[in-house]
Design a protein around this ligand. Structure first.
Ligand SMILES: *Cc1c(COP(=O)(O)O)cnc(C)c1O
Length: 376
């Protein structure tokens, strides 16, 4: 059998939960415990529900194949992030976390790791390559950064991090493994929220950690077993079902996003100039465009842009009929929000992050135009 392509891997998992029936699709396996005679052996993952579950394993082998590492699932992206930060650091360590990324990551590190004597340094993505890593235990980087969509050369960063004997962890939530594979670019660990594009249906939370290193993955697995941060089998099943359509959802979302970014970009120009700037790596002049071409398989479905004022941004969001004002991204449904409502120190109040979904692009363009027309 020749090597499978990524889209095929999203449909055909390498591991199916055992069943008496010959099923074509997966079914969730519900079990809080399993028959376990005699002494437990390390080779048997099915001893107790918190230690292992076939529905986790089905999704873990599939994500692992896509990311090219061993995978451990968590009930949310934050559970995956906290697992890596708690399991792989100790008192006296210094870690670097995104200074301009997903805010709860920084909040978790500051609020909890600091209590255990770990020094937390927030660094914006564009300053990472100029930051000395001597004495640093771990660098967590989000590429592309959320919501400004800046990028860093992951391969260069990995080299620099490894020269300092330090671990590079990449948050791959925005890109998904079909958009970018940081482990193949030199990252030691990848973590992500599966609650966004990976599942894609805005109905389930999930997270995961992957790494090619068997020692690191066993530390992460032990953390899950002992902290109890486990996903439900139903959630694993739902995410696996969502993942099967990731390739075609991304195709549509990225194509739609390019059209919409082009349109918004036109509106930054006179005579209208009702938008100040647009960030989308598929726009030629975007600062992240060259890196996106180098290390990503697509230009994504997120667009970040700034309206003329906070008032205009609020009015625009309120006037959209198809695009829902909501936090999160990567779903079938297009959604947008002012990110400053969560990160006021990082962004202007007029900045909007738009997650483009799978609706017909002309309907989305019509919705944007009718909402903008209410501002005149
Ligand atoms: C949403 C998100 C997370 C957290 O994921 P949850 O599943 O909501 O816990 C982490 N990193 C990034 C970049 C995210 O967008």
């Amino acid at each position: 059998m020749p090597k499978k392509r990524a889209a095929t891997k999203t449909v055909h998992p390498p591991f199916q939960a055992p069943s008496d029936l010959n099923l074509l699709a997966q079914s969730p396996v519900f079990a809080s415990t399993y028959p376990l005679a005699g002494d437990p052996t390390p080779s048997n993952p099915y001893q107790y529900g918190r230690f292992g579950n076939p529905s986790w394993q089905a999704l873990e082998t599939q994500i692992g194949e896509l990311e090219e590492g061993h995978c451990v699932l968590f009930p949310s992206g934050m559970a995956a992030i906290s697992a890596v930060l708690m399991a792989l650091t100790q008192q006296g360590d210094t870690i670097i976390v995104p200074g301009d990324g997903y805010e709860p990551t920084l909040a978790f590190a500051r609020q909890y790791l600091s209590k255990y004597g770990i020094t937390v340094k927030p660094v914006p993505i564009l300053e990472l390559l100029d930051t000395p890593f001597d004495g640093v235990r771990l660098v967590l980087c989000e590429n592309p950064s959320n919501p400004m969509l800046d990028q860093i050369d992951i391969e260069l960063l990995a080299n620099k991090v490894h020269q300092a004997n330090c671990l590079l962890v990449v948050d791959n939530t925005v890109a998904t493994p079909l958009g970018q594979k940081p482990l193949t670019l030199g990252a030691d660990l990848v973590l992500a929220s599966g609650s966004k594009a990976l599942n894609g249906h805005s109905d389930t939370l999930m997270g995961y950690v992957t790494t090619p290193c068997s020692n690191l993955i066993s530390e992460i697995r032990t953390w899950r077993k002992l902290s109890g941060a486990i996903p439900g089998p139903m959630e694993a099943f739902l995410v696996q079902r969502g993942l099967a359509t990731l390739a075609m959802r991304l195709d549509t979302m990225c194509r739609n996003a390019q059209r919409i970014a082009n349109h918004l970009n036109e509106l930054t120009k006179p005579p209208k100039a009702i938008i100040n700037w647009v960030r989308y790596p598929g726009l030629d002049h975007d600062p992240a465009s060259a890196l996106a071409q180098k290390q990503m398989q697509n230009t994504g479905f997120l667009i970040t842009f700034e309206m003329g004022s906070e008032h205009a941004a609020r009015r625009f969001l309120g006037a959209c009929k198809l695009i829902t004002e909501a936090t999160s991204f990567g779903g079938l449904h297009s959604m947008a929000e002012r990110r400053a409502r969560w990160q006021p120190s990082l962004l202007s109040a007029a900045t909007i992050r738009l997650s483009v979904g799978c609706e017909h692009v002309d309907d989305l363009l019509d919705d944007i135009d009718q909402a903008l027309a209410t501002l005149d």
